[in-house]
Design a protein around this ligand. Structure first.
Ligand code: FAD
Ligand code: FO1
Length: 498
């Protein structure tokens, strides 16, 4: 593997050498949720978070069981009519990707079923109807997913296994407790990573049929079954699906990675990978991205910087949501942050904005408004501005609880990659000091780290960013615009609560 640049102290990722997988799934990735005798009967993979056919340990594990038992393999996805704050924008992206899953599974002779309704009832009745003998699903730390898995386990009489195919180091193997900060997890990552960075076998064409006919999925009917807000319109870009994800990864390797270390925090440079929607919907595995980055000829510094985000930061977010059930409210904050926010709970907020006003991007701050418009209309926001965006919500809200609620709502409703542990951890970092340390005391924030408009001006060309968002959103569909925004009001100074 080409190595460019000399190794600096503290670098831990870029010289990891991928192991060759011998064709077995590391047992650390698998946990039994329901033990029972395994019968030679169809094996069901209940796909949820990992919506892809390649580089998917859960699918590979289900297939290995089916091959051992000479049994059929079935893949099933349960489409819920609503999911947290997701709107039509995110469902449209997800369904597009799932159409590709159907095509790819057909090539492997594996039937794909999409059930409309709650998994708690749909999965057990599907398993009973197919007389399946074993169910495999993928790991997800969110409360809603834990509750689904628990209910499904109670409704089954066959074994249920969960496979962590999202984290390179399985969440429960990386750490057995909530990590305090990135540096505490990084130490564990440095020790464990070499054991988990490995090539991934391709799934095989499945030789045992009989698991039921593979009727084409009735996508139109499924779309109609959704009860989501259709006024949050789909976005033109990025294109959804596993193929598009791999293409995006290749473009990033060619055009972005080399400058990532130096310029990723400049929202005008466009040097982030743009992979988060694919990673969120599981259309790309982070292990695939890591393997490609490790094998690239990019400077070590950039590989380290990118892998720090892709591995330590991303896996820290799963660790946070797995070990802290209050990942999206102030009860999840560290004690020092709760204390300091309480001490500043009565500090005057001027301006103070309601969630509605924030949603309409009508604050006195032109940078914040531009970031909010990019979010609403294009479903994205540069990483650096996500921190600024959330911190300003704290500054302009009546309390940290109110700020968390508004930020989670807006992030989950409009971001293509929202409703994700990364989002909950990122918001909790910005508003509640999670994974951060105490800083200098300031009004409202107390010891929570602040960010300011002038600080942003010193780091990047704020006006160029605003102009770029103006141009990009002028062409975007007006579906997400509120009536007030349609009138294009331009607030001039600090506004009162709206
Ligand atoms: P790149 O910079 O190219 O990074 C590659 C990948 O590494 C990302 O796709 C992501 O999976 C991971 N990553 C990068 N930064 C972080 C981080 N700080 N924490 C965890 N993982 C990271 N990320 C989401 O995926 N969904 C969200 O809803 C989300 N909301 C956020 C809200 C706030 C307030 C903050 C501060 C951060 C949020 N992030 C979220 C994390 C991060 O900002 C995005 O993952 C990143 O900007 C996505 O762009 P990219 O894929 O081009 O990232
Ligand atoms: N997972 C499912 O199993 N079924 C769904 O219908 C579903 C909808 C959905 C919509 C938007 C979105 O962002 C995610 C959605 N997910 C769904 C879950 C997703 O795959 C992830 O597991 C979590 O959002 C993040 O961990």
């Amino acid at each position: 593997m080409p190595v460019s640049g000399s190794k600096k102290k503290g670098w831990i990722y870029a010289d990891v050498r991928p192991r060759r997988n011998p064709g077995e799934i590391n047992p650390d990735r698998v946990r039994m949720l329901r033990e029972a005798e395994i019968r030679p009967a169809p094996i069901v993979y209940w796909m949820g978070r990992e919506q892809r056919v390649r580089d998917n340990w859960a699918l590979l594990f289900a297939q290995s069981k089916a091959l051992d038992l000479k049994a059929p393999l079935l893949v099933v996805f349960c489409l819920t009519p609503r999911f947290l704050e997701a709107a039509w924008r995110q469902y449209a992206f997800m369904l597009q990707g799932l159409k590709g899953v159907e095509r790819d599974l057909r090539e492997l002779a594996v039937p794909f079923h999409v059930l409309a309704g709650p998994p708690e009832s749909e999965i057990p009745s599907f398993v009973r109807a197919r007389k399946a003998g074993f169910v495999v699903t993928d790991f997800d730390p969110l409360r809603i997913k834990r509750s689904w898995r628990g209910e499904v386990a109670r409704g089954l009489s066959v074994p249920l296994a969960v496979v962590d195919s999202r984290n390179i180091i399985p969440c429960w193997a990386a750490s057995q407790k909530q990590e305090y900060a990135a540096h505490t997890l990084r130490r564990k990552v440095a020790r464990l990573l070499p054991g988990y960075v490995e090539t991934v076998p391709a799934p095989k064409r499945h030789p045992f049929g009989g698991g039921g006919q593979s009727q084409p999925v009735r996508w139109d009917a499924l779309e109609k079954s959704l009860q989501v807000d259709r006024s949050v319109a789909p976005v033109d870009r990025p294109e959804a699906g596993e193929k598009a994800a791999r293409k995006r990864l290749q473009v990033f390797l060619r055009e972005g990675l080399a400058r990532y270390a130096a310029e990723r925090n400049d929202p005008n440079a466009g040097l982030q990978s743009g992979l988060s929607p694919y990673l969120h919907f599981g259309q790309l595995s982070s292990l695939r991205a890591a393997l490609e980055v490790l094998g690239s000829g990019a400077p070590m510094e950039s590989k380290e910087a990118f892998l720090e985000e892709l591995i330590t930061r991303r896996e820290l977010a799963d660790n946070y949501c797995w070990y802290n059930p209050h990942y999206d409210d102030p009860r999840g904050f560290p004690a020092w942050a709760v204390k300091t926010l309480e001490e500043h709970g009565r500090d005057p907020r001027d301006p103070r904005y309601t969630r509605k006003r924030l949603e309409a991007a009508h604050t006195h701050d032109p940078l914040w408004n531009a970031a909010q418009r990019e979010l609403m209309e294009l479903g994205t926001m540069p990483g650096y501005l996500r921190m600024y965006w959330a911190k300003k919500i704290l500054e302009w809200s009546g309390s940290a609880g109110e700020a968390m609620e508004a930020a989670v709502y807006l992030n989950d409703r409009y971001q293509l990659d929202g409703r994700d542990p990364n989002g909950y951890a990122g918001i909790a970092w910005s508003v509640g000091g999670v994974h951060d340390r105490p800083w200098f005391e300031r009004p409202i924030f107390g010891k929570i780290r602040t960010m300011t408009l002038n600080g942003c001006r010193s780091k990047f060309d704020v006006d160029a960013y605003i102009a770029r968002v103006d141009a990009a959103t002028a062409a975007a569909p007006a579906a997400t615009r509120t009536p007030a925004e349609e009138r294009r009001e331009t607030p001039s100074g600090p506004a009162a609560e709206g």
